[in-house]
Structure formats: structure tokens, C-alpha cells
Design a protein around this ligand. Structure first.
Ligand SMILES: [Zn+2]
Length: 334
């Protein structure tokens, strides 16, 4: 529901494997993985990443393609999330299959175990590269009726695997803002979320402007921080909770439901062990999963994530470990 690439709908057993058995049949060798990725990256035939000319590429070597026009040489993964990886393509594809087939996602430790990876760091970096592909540039904004509210998320700030020892007094509270589409007569649509520095208009208004279409009915609590939205073309609908009285019903049920799911996911799958500056990447993963929760085929998620990974620029280990918010801004990710 969040993705519109082409008018063609990918077909199970044709464009992506139906199940694990078929996955093994299709992707037995790195060459097979490579030609699958070539088809996915250039569905209408090779387009040179440098000179943008379409044409049939020469094969300069087993893995390298050469542009017939400008003589550029590169592999199918050059300039993508998989750029300069030393991990075999079979391992990458198995990782994408595994993480899209696990409804709750997977921790780095879980991925290391299931793929038999040599180091935790490798698994951790693979997951972070793939998370960068989970937010698609230029995706559609939320619309209709949208609830917006802030919530605090507790994380422990460790990025090492949990040792089974419960660490106390190490919890960090991070403020985040969530927007949820409310469907009529009931149910929730898509979500967007972001870590914010404060509860002021300076943080909350840009989030709404980025995530929600102008003209939308935006529902918030009585905070004055949202008032500027009125002059920006939004139909602001505020529920003011007077005094300290608890309202008879929850005025923003969608946001609170989603907030509870995010918190459970962070604690359950990731044991709360997330560095604050990397939280945005985790929120992107949650959003990717939530917005595709009704997708009937998990194989379709495999296909979409790979497709987005090939359309997303390189991610280095430094990018991942440096401040995520900075990387996000400089790359103009939405
Ligand atoms: Zn070229």
C-alpha cells in the first residue's frame, strides 16, 4: 500500500520466490543472485549509472558490466546499499528473505545465528544497511484523518548483545512523534514517526509538514505547538484535556496503539538495546513493517526491500555509526 513503482504487479513464483524451497532453487549460486539483481535493477535493460544511456552492457568480467557508450565498468551492486560489500550475494539475499519473513523482524544476534555469520558486527552492519533501504525517497504523504502525538521511548543505549544480565539504571528516554492515518469506520492506515528534540512547534510542525499532506484533518492534543498548522493549510482538530482530569475515552487511540506496538517491538526484538542516534533507523524499519502488515505475501516484501536496496545509495560502516540524523539530512531522505 505504500509502494508504487510500476504498473506491473510482481508475481509469486515468477518475480520472487514463493517459499524457502523455491528460494534455494533460484539462488543456489552467486551468479544466479547477480542476474536476479540485474533484472531487478534494470527491468527494461541496462542503464548506465554514469552517462545514463540505455543499452546492452558488455560483460567485462564475471561480475562487471561495461557501458557500451562511456566504457564505465561496475557491478550490479555498485552505487547501491550493497556497494563494495564482501559478503556473498547469496548471504545478502538470504538475509533479506529472513528479515522480511519474520513478522517482528530480527536482532543482529538472531541474524548472525541463523546465517552462521562470523561476527556480530557483520550482522549488525547488514541490518543497518538494509534499514536504510526501508524508507523510500519521495513516498506519499499521509492523508484523510491523521492523529499526531508525542511519546517517550525507553532504550538502554547498548549496542552489544544482551547478556541475560538485566541492566538497571541505564535507561534513556527518547522523545518521538508519531502520525497515524485513521480509517473510517474503523482501523488504521499508514504511519510515520521520527525522533524529535522537543515538544515545541520547531520540532513538531516540520514533522507534520514532511509526513502529512496539506488539507488533511490533523488531530492532536491541546498543545499550542501544533497551532501553526492552521496557517499552513491543515484542518487542525485539537482535543483539549482540561486540568488534570483523565478523559472518559482516549482522544488519540491510533497514536497510542501504535506507540505501544513500537515500544513492544523495541523491547521484544531488540531488547531495548539501541543507541539514541540510531533510533531513527529502527523507526524506519518499524514503519516499513507496519505499513505493509496487510501484505498477503511475505515474498513480496522480499522483492520490495531488494528493489529499494538497489535504488538506495551506498551506506558505509561510518555512516551507520555516526549520527543517523546527520546522514539523513545530507542525503535528503524523507
Ligand atoms: Zn555510460
Amino acid at each position: 500500500m505504500d509502494v508504487q513503482y510500476t504498473s506491473l504487479s510482481p508475481i509469486a513464483g515468477d518475480d520472487y520466490p514463493r517459499n524457502w524451497n523455491q528460494f534455494l532453487e533460484w539462488f543456489g549460486t552467486d551468479e544466479a543472485c547477480q542476474s536476479y539483481l540485474e533484472k531487478l535493477r534494470w527491468p527494461a535493460g541496462f542503464v548506465c549509472p554514469r552517462c545514463r544511456q540505455a543499452g546492452t552492457a558488455y560483460r567485462a568480467s564475471r561480475t562487471r558490466l561495461m557501458c557500451p557508450n562511456c566504457k564505465y565498468q561496475g557491478t550490479v551492486t555498485a552505487g547501491t546499499v550493497f556497494d563494495k560489500t564482501r559478503i556473498p550475494l547469496r548471504t545478502w539475499l538470504a538475509a533479506v528473505w529472513y528479515i522480511t519473513n519474520q513478522k517482528q523482524g530480527v536482532s543482529a544476534l538472531g541474524l548472525q545465528r541463523v546465517l552462521g555469520l562470523g561476527s556480530y558486527e557483520t550482522a549488525w552492519t547488514m541490518l543497518h544497511r538494509l534499514r536504510r533501504a526501508m524508507v523510500r525517497h519521495g513516498r506519499e504523504q499521509l492523508k484523510g484523518i491523521v492523529e499526531v502525538d508525542e511519546t517517550f521511548l525507553s532504550i538502554t543505549g547498548r549496542n552489544t548483545p544482551p547478556s541475560g544480565v538485566r541492566v538497571r539504571g541505564n535507561t534513556i528516554k527518547v522523545l518521538m512523534v508519531i502520525a497515524v492515518e485513521i480509517l473510517q469506520p474503523k482501523g488504521f492506515g499508514r504511519v510515520r514517526m521520527r525522533r524529535v528534540a522537543g515538544k515545541g512547534a520547531r520540532d513538531l510542525v516540520p514533522f507534520v509538514q514532511d509526513s502529512v499532506a496539506v488539507g488533511t484533518d490533523v488531530r492532536t492534543d491541546g498543545s499550542a505547538a501544533y497551532l501553526p498548522l492552521r496557517d499552513l493549510g491543515y484542518d487542525l482538530d485539537q482535543t483539549v484535556i482540561l486540568g488534570s482530569g483523565v478523559p472518559a475515552h482516549n482522544p488519540l487511540p491510533g497514536v497510542h496503539r501504535v506507540a505501544a506496538l513500537v515500544k513492544r517491538w523495541i523491547l521484544g526484538t531488540h531488547h531495548g538495546a539501541i543507541q539514541p542516534e540510531q533510533l531513527d533507523a529502527y523507526l524506519d524499519e518499524f514503519t516499513f513493517r507496519f505499513n505493509r502488515r496487510t501484505s498477503r505475501s511475505r515474498g513480496m516484501l522480499f522483492y520490495r526491500l531488494l528493489q529499494q536496496a538497489l535504488a538506495t545509495g551506498p551506506v558505509t560502516y561510518d555512516d551507520v555509526t555516526r549520527k543517523a540524523s546527520h546522514a539523513r539530512k545530507s542525503a535528503k531522505w524523507s
